[in-house]
Design a protein around this ligand. Structure first.
Ligand SMILES: Nc1ncnc2c1ncn2[C@@H]1O[C@H](COP(=O)(O)OP(=O)(O)O)[C@@H](O)[C@H]1O
Ligand SMILES: [Mg+2]
Length: 343
């Protein structure tokens, strides 16, 4: 069972004194069974039993039929997220990255440029989160912090239960390799290798079974519409759009927890951009969590949650999830939002 997230359960209104043994919980999968009751599955103090905890009735009982609960979890596959520090929770969504009080500045003394001094953001599992903002607003800097590519000067970033600001560089590199996939405007495929070998090279960093990696690579190449004859080509023999789609295959070959993309269509013409964005949409539909930085409206429209950063803060956010992909209302909603943000 995929038990992810390791915040202590900290539900609104939940009585801590009744849950003493749960102080030791290392993994909890919360989910909502009915509107009135909030349940979560947790391991007890000695990790011997799985418990079904009803947060509203302050009762716990051992789970007899784990299978049934797993099925229920799938049914309510968005969990309930909670935050250890704030003690708050958000119904129906599980947080994968929670960044608090982030600080980042470049330069020193008089030339110091503060990018953000107290930025807070939560990223939800399964979301296609888009970070927008004007050029120089700090979008890429934020993405680098959230993904552990660069350390903030202060604050904490809880990524699936690990505060990545506390990891040393070696552990951070291992963490990134396992948890994150990256797509940039520059694709950085190794031109001495064909596309398949580029992908396999990324895969063998985390998995030893070459055949497994190859099978997954083939599935992914098919998902991104790169035919078999093109696998054998190098990046100089294909179009920019094909190269970027191969770059996405490489980014997700290790099934990253979160796929990060920084202006992935920035160097592409509109036909190639569309094909690349279709890949992001397909991956999102398959449940991939995505964080994409862009200043392009067409790209932003693919996300379900748009975050606008300005003046070192989350200036506003917009939910596009309720509109169908090609619905005019989706475009109108985004247009209205970015206008309000002063775009
Ligand atoms: N490594 C760096 N050294 C100095 N300044 C930087 C560095 N990276 C980014 N900056 C500055 O920080 C600001 C925000 O950059 P960035 O996050 O790349 O913005 P955006 O992606 O929103 O365009 C910019 O003014 C940029 O010049
Ligand atoms: Mg940028």
């Amino acid at each position: 069972m995929a038990v992810k997230g390791c915040f202590y359960p900290d539900f609104r209104g939940y009585d801590r004194t009744k849950y003493k043994s749960l102080e030791y919980i290392k993994a909890a999968v919360p989910f909502q069974k009915e509107d009135t009751a909030v349940y979560f599955i947790a391991r007890d103090k000695w990790k011997k039993a799985l418990l079904l905890c009803d947060a509203t009735k302050s009762s716990m009982k051992k789970i007899k039929c784990i299978q049934l609960l797993v099925a229920q979890l799938r049914l309510f596959h968005y969990g309930m997220s909670h935050n250890k520090k704030k003690g708050g929770c958000v119904m129906g969504r599980q947080i994968v990255i929670s960044a608090k009080h982030l600080k980042k500045a470049f330069g020193k003394g008089e030339s110091m440029q503060v990018i953000y001094s107290d930025l807070n953001i939560d990223i939800y599992k399964g979301d296609f989160t888009v970070i927008m903002g004007s050029s120089g607003a700090g979008k890429s800097t934020l993405m680098y912090s959230l993904s552990g590519m660069d350390k903030p000067d202060g604050g904490e970033i809880c990524f699936d239960g690990t505060d990545i600001t506390k990891l040393n560089n070696d552990r951070l590199a291992v963490f990134r390799r396992k948890q994150c996939g990256f797509v940039f405007q520059q694709i950085y495929l190794i031109d001495k290798m064909n596309l398949m070998d580029n992908v396999i090279t990324a895969g063998v960093l985390t998995s030893k079974d070459r055949e497994d990696i190859k099978t997954r690579a083939k599935e992914l190449f098919s998902l991104v519409n790169i035919p078999e004859k093109t696998w054998r080509k190098t990046s100089s023999q294909i179009s920019g759009g094909e190269a970027q789609r191969a770059g996405i295959v490489r980014a997700v070959i290790n099934s990253p927890n979160v796929l990060f993309a920084d202006e992935p269509t920035g160097a592409l013409n509109s036909a190639n951009s569309g094909a690349v964005l279709d890949v992001f949409t397909s991956l999102h539909k398959k449940g991939q969590s995505i964080v994409m930085v862009t200043h392009d409206k067409k790209s932003a429209l693919r996300g379900n949650r748009i975050i606008y950063i300005k003046d070192g803060k989350i200036f506003g956010e917009c939910d596009l999830g309720k509109f169908e992909q090609d619905n005019i209302e989706r475009t109108e909603k985004l247009d209205q939002f970015i206008k309000e943000m002063g775009w």
